[in-house]
Write a protein that binds this ligand. Structure first.
Ligand SMILES: *Cc1c(COP(=O)(O)O)cnc(C)c1O
Length: 408
């Protein structure tokens, strides 16, 4: 077998569908978020505005966070030196887990090296601990949740996105005495819609199910202290396991779950994705700790963030751009095919210094390819005017259907 041809064919398949992924080479400017330098293929540099970062609140550049990271390196060095079991539990890890438990009003929390790992490891391990557990999974759940659910190997049912009638139908049809888990997200990051946490918790109680909530796109950004939608909606105590990331709004890296102490202790004891990997470097945990503490006390940042997102949505809608009906800080604009999405993204970058990555299958269903804007408290009115102006030009140029269905 010619292995190289097989790999080349696999890549060609992606390319022929117009969804070959090209990563923009960026260098962010400390203190000037959301500005960055883009290095083009030919080596030429260009200054750009980043419109698609998941560093939603600019915490990746908050001096409070950077100072904590510098201090941790100066005091303790670079890596943690081992798994949590073998000398990799630093004082920073312990403190951070306490902080995360407090953030969600839970007894305990457990750190992982990323949000992906926390979902994969926890969802697989829950099925180990509760054999025969039936999992009910929202159809738009993140790839990391799906990976964990599959890895666990137990019975599972997928319910239509945010469709609680369908969820209830499936719950009612499952054996009454089987352990059950409902796995879902709060803010869905590609459409920007938000699940009804309290209603799902009521269903869980009715059918004797546990609840597992991915709050990756909400922690730091919703709730009076940044505890997520579960805090905002007063639902945290009704959710058994809350999962989050330290890599998006908190601006650093890492993942975690928060839950009752006994649940955390069990996952800690059985999850290979926790046990057999070197723990996060102290600098990351120190930075995340500083970020969480700071955001707890700065609700005004969350208010500005929501205002910025609402303003951009309104400006785009007023300009007749097909902005999708998001109720969160995420501003998706529908294009509807991968070739045009990439073309618009490329032209925004090359001609207007605007960086927004195309979102393609399998991240979103085919036919719903889109641009996904994430305005932060640091995106100004002027940046928004430039963006909307550039998009209007491109929409006319590319003849993409606008709101109402007619071609512009
Ligand atoms: C990004 C993401 C994750 C993974 O988090 P990382 O910390 O980036 O690994 C998990 N769930 C959702 C919904 C995400 O968007």
């Amino acid at each position: 077998m010619d292995y190289k041809v097989a790999f080349a064919n696999a890549v060609e398949q992606v390319r022929s569908e117009g969804r070959y992924r090209v990563f923009a080479d960026l260098k962010r400017h400390r203190g000037a978020f959301p500005r960055a330098t883009w290095t083009q293929d030919n080596g030429v540099e260009k200054d750009v505005i980043v419109w698609c970062s998941n560093d939603y609140l600019g915490q990746g550049q908050n001096p409070i966070v950077l100072d904590a990271m510098h201090k941790a390196i100066d005091e303790t060095g670079s890596g943690s030196g081992g798994t949590r079991n073998i000398s990799g539990t630093t004082h920073f890890h312990v403190e951070l887990e306490h902080e995360l438990a407090d953030l969600h009003g839970k007894e305990a929390a457990l750190l992982f090296t990323s949000g992906y790992v926390s979902n994969e490891a926890t969802l697989a391990t829950l099925q180990k601990i509760l054999p025969g557990m039936v999992i009910f999974s929202d159809e738009l759940n993140h790839a990391s949740m799906i990976a964990g659910i599959r890895h666990g190997g137990g019975p599972r049912h997928v319910f239509r996105h945010n469709d609680l009638e369908h969820l209830e139908e499936l719950l009612a049809a499952a054996p009454a005495d089987a352990p059950k888990l409902i796995a879902f997200e709060s803010v869905y990051s590609m459409d920007g819609d938000i699940a009804d946490l309290n209603a799902i918790a009521v269903l869980a109680k009715t059918y004797g199910a546990m609840t597992y909530l991915d709050e990756v796109h909400a922690v730091g950004m919703y709730g009076e202290r940044g505890g997520g939608v579960s805090e905002r909606d007063g639902a945290a105590s009704q959710i058994d396991i809350i999962e989050g990331t330290l890599g998006k709004a908190f601006g650093v890296m890492g993942g975690y779950i928060a839950a009752d102490a006994v649940i955390i202790d069990a996952i800690r004891s059985y999850a290979n994705g926790f046990i057999f990997t070197t723990s996060l470097p102290p600098a990351l945990t120190a930075g995340a700790l500083a970020s969480i503490k700071w955001l707890k006390q700065h609700n005004e940042v969350r208010e500005i963030h929501q205002e910025r997102a609402a303003t951009l949505k309104k400006m785009m809608a007023d300009a007749g751009l097909p902005v999708m009906p998001s109720v969160s800080h995420i501003v998706p604009v529908l294009v509807g095919d991968p070739v045009h999405t990439k073309m618009v993204s490329d032209m925004l970058l090359a001609e207007h210094g605007i960086y927004v990555q195309p979102i393609n299958y399998p991240t979103v269903p085919r036919g719903t390819e889109r641009l996904r804007f994430t305005p932060t408290p640091f995106h100004t009115d002027e940046m928004m005017r430039d963006l909307v102006g550039a998009m209007q030009k491109l929409w006319a140029h590319c003849n993409i259907a606008r709101m109402g269905g007619q071609a512009a």
